[in-house]
Design a protein around this ligand. Structure first.
Ligand code: DX5
Ligand code: ZN
Length: 228
């Protein structure tokens, strides 16, 4: 598979300089902007909303924005993100009373839809909605914070999700989120992922004089992916 995409999570960016941070990471060769929305209810943290997504679009960001909603209930906020320029909108099944309806709503609003699975959440609810998802996102950490360690059991879950996608025949991306680094990205790709969220590994990368060095880390990830 050669269609690998790197999606830096802006959760670990410098929020005081967010537009510049996003420009720089995209210039380094990243593909997608991963936008983590936390509500201090579904997860114990609070981050950014549609105003910030809209601000990035007005700043001139044209790359896809992958909005990961860690929000419950989720339906009310979805139209706001569609209006704010989201490309993908993904949500956790625990955040919606009617998963099928929420998936349909995202597509009707012109966005690509996706379901997100926590480490302990089985993939079973995908069975009857494979025709309504554009992305399956497996969490390899418990949602809420950047900088946690990759949970190894996710590799088996990736293989299971990859099989579901391949057997379905649908064009569905398989994204992984949490603890992705240069030294494990190849193994994760070999287990079936094609879209790689990385927050602390990218925005925490430092070069000479302690300056940010996104070029080197994104290139190192690509080099590892090329071996998968
Ligand atoms: C966690 C978020 C992730 C987070 C990943 O709830 O969904 O996107 O930013 O951070 P790292 O790559 O540092 O594990
Ligand atoms: Zn995320």
């Amino acid at each position: 598979m050669s269609d690998f995409k790197i999606a830096p999570s802006i959760l670990s960016a410098d929020f005081a300089r967010l537009g510049e941070e996003v420009d720089n990471v995209l210039k380094s060769g990243a593909d997608i902007v991963h936008f983590d929305v936390m509500d201090n209810h579904y997860v114990p943290n609070l981050t950014i909303g549609p105003l910030v997504c809209d601000a990035l679009r007005k700043h001139g960001v044209t790359a896809e924005i992958d909005v990961h909603l860690m929000v419950k209930p989720v339906d009310r906020i979805i139209p706001d993100f569609a209006k704010a320029g989201a490309s993908y909108i993904t949500f956790h099944p625990e955040g919606s009373e009617h998963v099928d309806r929420t998936l349909q709503m995202i597509r009707e609003l012109g966005c690509k839809s996706g379901l997100v699975f926590n480490p302990a959440t089985p993939l079973s609810c995908l069975k009857y909605v494979m025709d309504k998802v554009d992305m399956i996102l497996l969490m390899s950490v418990n949602p809420g914070f950047g900088g946690q360690s990759f949970i190894p059991a996710t590799l088996d879950k990736l293989r299971e999700a990859r099989k579901l996608i391949d057997d379905s025949g649908y064009d569905i991306r398989l994204e992984i989120d949490g603890g992705v680094k240069v030294d494990n990205i190849r193994e994760i790709a070999e287990a079936g992922a094609d879209t790689f969220v990385a927050g602390s590994a990218i925005f925490g990368a430092k070069g000479a004089n302690d300056a940010n060095d996104y070029d080197t880390v994104v290139a190192a990830m690509r080099a590892e992916l090329a071996k998968a």
